[in-house]
Design a protein around this ligand. Structure first.
Ligand SMILES: *Cc1c(COP(=O)(O)O)cnc(C)c1O
Length: 364
């Protein structure tokens, strides 16, 4: 077989994906997972109860239009259900963005390092990746992105807080950036970690949609992170109904399962739990951050539930050594990325990390 000949053009030239989701690797089962930015405390008790109740109904199809969760979100934001798109994780929504908006040759501007789903989405559709390095503080360089906009730019993406660097840009600056984009550029703001940001002046860019913003803007949110529903696969986008209707054309059939829809509704109803997790994360993040600094690591100021740090050692070697001790963390590049877990998980990580600092030689 000449498989390459069978492929569509974009797939012939697409570079290998850096995403776990597209690699032939699995996370071992009996380990402490601090590599996916999951909520180590899991889901709230109310959500657990809701899932047990709904699981036995799994023989029935869900509502394909997901109207209940859409109406729930619409009520929370003071919008209509037509402003809401539901996907099996916000990753699925990212794929829809590519399918609906990106023509071969269209430029998509974002910073790197960032969430690897975006470069994948661009290349899947034959788009051109315009990657601006994050600034010296590892934050999205919005001025650099504006300077990279050309008449071929179709989309500009801000991941805020960013993954893997864990930094955020105050939303007033993101709003200013979005407003300065030409009206033929789709602005996408990924707020997967929005709930973790500890800054009273920081607001969701959903505010612009609420104010009736009339240029193309899509905000991405997920239930995978602070809500603790990563394995159920549900996320959403908020935008003008004109855009959401178009995105729905690329919706995978039966995309979000019944349990996911019902669990997400229950999760939204338990905001006390979200407040509690946010507060715990601040304390735990402080602990991990300080301990890493004491060991001599450089720590990038974190805004979400993970820490991007330089142990001054080969990041793969650090990751592998910890894996031997049954603790999984990430090594996205020269730096490592560790999720903030429960107190117990964090202590285990710090203990193991001390070992790593003596066993793994310094980078030359
Ligand atoms: C984890 C993450 C997502 C969400 O992934 P899901 O598909 O919703 O599980 C989206 N964006 C960023 C930046 C993330 O880190």
């Amino acid at each position: 077989m000449n498989v390459t000949e069978l492929l569509k053009e974009s797939m012939k030239t697409k570079p290998a994906s850096n995403r776990g989701a597209r690699k032939k690797t699995s996370t071992p089962k009996d380990v402490i997972r601090m590599n996916f930015n999951e909520n180590g405390y899991g889901m709230s008790d109310k959500v657990k109860a809701a899932i047990v109740e709904t699981a036995l109904g799994s023989y029935m199809y869900q509502d394909f239009y997901a109207v209940d969760i859409k109406e729930k979100l619409a009520a929370i934001y003071g919008l209509t259900k037509d402003h809401v798109l539901i996907g099996s994780g916000s990753s699925a929504v990212i794929d829809m963005l590519g399918e609906v908006f990106i023509n071969p040759g269209d430029e998509v501007v974002y910073c790197m390092p960032s969430y690897e789903a975006f470069p994948d989405m661009v290349s899947d559709n034959g788009g051109v990746r315009i990657e601006v390095p994050v600034d010296k503080n590892y934050k999205f360089d919005l001025d650099g992105m504006l300077a990279a906009v050309t008449n071929r730019t179709k989309m500009a993406i801000v991941v805020n807080p960013n993954n893997p660097t864990g930094t955020y840009v105050n939303s007033s600056k993101v709003e200013e950036f979005v407003r300065r984009l030409p009206e033929n550029v789709v602005a996408v703001v990924d707020e997967a970690y929005f709930e973790y940001v500890d800054d009273d002046t920081h607001y969701s860019l959903i505010r612009l949609i609420q104010e009736g913003y009339d240029k193309p803007l899509i905000i991405l949110r997920t239930f995978s992170k602070i809500y603790g529903l990563a394995g159920l696969r549900i996320g959403y986008a908020i935008g003008d109904p004109l855009l959401i209707d178009e995105l729905m054309k690329a919706c995978q059939a039966w995309n979000v399962g019944r349990n996911a829809q019902l669990a997400a509704i229950a999760a939204l109803e338990d905001q006390d739990y979200i407040k509690k997790i946010k507060a715990l994360n601040i304390i735990n993040r402080e602990y991990v951050s300080n301990e890493l600094k004491k060991m001599g690591c450089d720590v990038v100021k974190p805004a979400a539930n993970f820490i991007y740090f330089d142990a001054h050692r080969d990041s793969q070697a650090v990751r592998n050594k910890l894996a031997e001790m049954k603790i999984m963390i990430g090594a996205p590049d020269k730096f490592n990325r560790v999720s903030i877990g429960t107190e117990e998980q964090n202590k285990a990580f710090i203990k193991a990390m001390k070992n790593v600092m003596t066993e793994v030689p310094k980078r030359v």
